[in-house]
Design a protein around this ligand. Structure first.
Ligand code: HEM
Length: 408
């Protein structure tokens, strides 16, 4: 018989299962804006995001001057002007556009990438994820008249030109203070190159033959050079940086949970989406979403809020709020949403007027990425990814996730 000292305490609950991959990064890296009231409750978060009496307060929204709403990224707009802009972008994200344009492109891109992987026997998943997310974002944008890989590389360079991945204080001092002017000049050079090499040829082509894409819209509405670059960067940042990182987390979870991988491969499309939603619930890409109240408000879930109160929706905590998601909130359970009778997206894509328009695109992309990858013969994880926190996107970043396979 085991001694009392060695036996477990039978009155205490079993240690809670924790399948999250990125939670450890968040504590020190994810600091809410000063003065914000934080919501960690799913119900409160949903009420904030759905309320028509709030305005966008994320990124630098408070300091953006909206003198021409048509030429401002719609992320920063609110109310009727935002509604109109959202209506104008809706055609890029319809189920028909996904099924007829983006899905075939995703399938083709993955077929090409996997053929190359099978030829060489090894691959870096962050490179494959970038190529796929980039290809889809370029199609939505309409940046299709320049070399795809070069355009994606250019966007990647522009997005990474503040180099926020490394958080070491000495590195930050050298990067931000000493080399700041150099980085600014480099960003200017890259933005100009993006405009002349990629946007101009696409705009020229769309002038004579408009399509259902962002460039055609900008040409029809006489966007300035600056506005075109801003809009292109909005879609690249919102669509590429997010989906690229999430696809890798999802793959990593499948490597670590062979039962989950087997279930994924055996499921139909809906079953596969349930798994993907659940993995995104555990490791949502975005950190906080910010709103400011337009007037004194009385909320069902949180009582009264004064006018101009800054609110920070903690997506991660809301997604893992036991009051809504049920028991073992940190454990993977693809049937969770069904059991709790909630939508499986939880707060991962936001909610209300600013809810992510690209959510369905991202889910299809991830499904096709995993579906191709995990059917490769002899697939093996050689090296788990290096994980970092991007100050720019306020989200996690995965690099150098190495895989191998049986060579074809
Ligand atoms: C896993 C992938 C993705 C995640 C986790 C994600 C998450 C989000 C979230 C949380 C928001 C809400 C922002 C807010 O309320 O302040 C948002 C907005 C947005 N997303 Fe996504 N997103 C993803 C993929 C995409 C894709 C593929 C695109 C397009 C190519 C896209 C385009 C946008 C845009 C344009 C907005 C701004 C919408 C607005 O302000 O009305 N996203 N996204």
């Amino acid at each position: 018989m085991a001694s009392a000292a060695l036996s477990p305490d039978h009155n205490s609950p079993p240690a809670e299962r924790d399948d999250r991959k990125t939670a450890h990064l968040v504590g020190e890296a994810l600091k809410p804006f000063p003065g914000s009231r934080i919501s960690k409750s799913f119900e409160f978060s949903r009420e904030i995001l759905r309320s028509p009496d709030m305005r966008q307060a994320g990124a630098s929204a408070d300091s953006i001057k909206v003198d021409n709403p048509d030429h401002t990224s719609f992320f920063f707009l609110d109310g009727d002007v935002h509604k109109r802009r959202r209506a104008s972008v809706a055609p890029y994200f319809t189920p028909k556009a996904i099924l007829t344009r983006y899905n075939p492109l995703m399938e083709r891109t993955m077929t090409e990438m996997i053929a190359e992987f099978r030829r060489t026997g090894s691959a870096n998943l962050d490179v494959i994820a970038l190529e796929l997310a980039g290809a889809v974002a370029l199609e939505i944008l309409g940046l299709t008249e320049s070399d795809r890989t070069k355009t994606v590389q250019l966007l990647k360079k522009l997005m990474g030109s503040s180099n926020s991945f490394d958080k070491r204080p000495l590195y930050r001092f050298i990067n931000d203070k000493l080399l700041g002017p150099f980085h600014k000049a480099r960003r200017g050079f890259l933005a100009k190159k993006l405009y002349t090499d990629c946007i101009v040829p696409a705009a020229k082509a769309r002038k004579s033959e408009p399509k259902n894409d962002v460039i055609s819209y900008m040409v029809q509405h006489d966007y300035s050079v600056k506005a075109m670059i801003i809009e292109t960067m909005t879609y690249s940042g919102a669509g590429v940086s997010t989906t690229r990182e999430f696809m890798q987390v999802a793959a990593w979870q499948m490597f670590d949970h062979p039962d989950l991988k087997e279930r994924f491969l055996a499921e139909n499309e809906n079953g596969q989406f349930n798994i993907i939603h659940e993995l995104l619930r555990l490791d949502p890409v975005a950190g906080y979403l910010y709103r400011r109240t337009n007037q004194d408000l009385q909320l069902k879930s949180a009582g009264s809020l004064p006018k101009d109160q800054l609110l920070a929706v903690d997506i991660r905590a809301s997604n893992q709020d036991p009051a809504s998601v049920g028991e073992n909130p940190y454990a993977i359970d693809p049937d969770r949403a069904e059991k709790t009778k909630q939508l499986p997206t939880w707060a991962s894509f936001g909610d209300g007027p600013h809810r992510c328009p690209g959510a369905q695109v991202a889910l299809h992309e991830t499904r096709i990425f995993l579906n191709h990858l995990f059917r490769v013969p002899g697939l093996k994880l050689e090296k788990a990814p290096d994980i970092g926190w991007s100050m720019g996107t306020q989200g996690y970043e995965m690099r150098n996730m190495m895989v191998s396979c049986t060579r074809a």
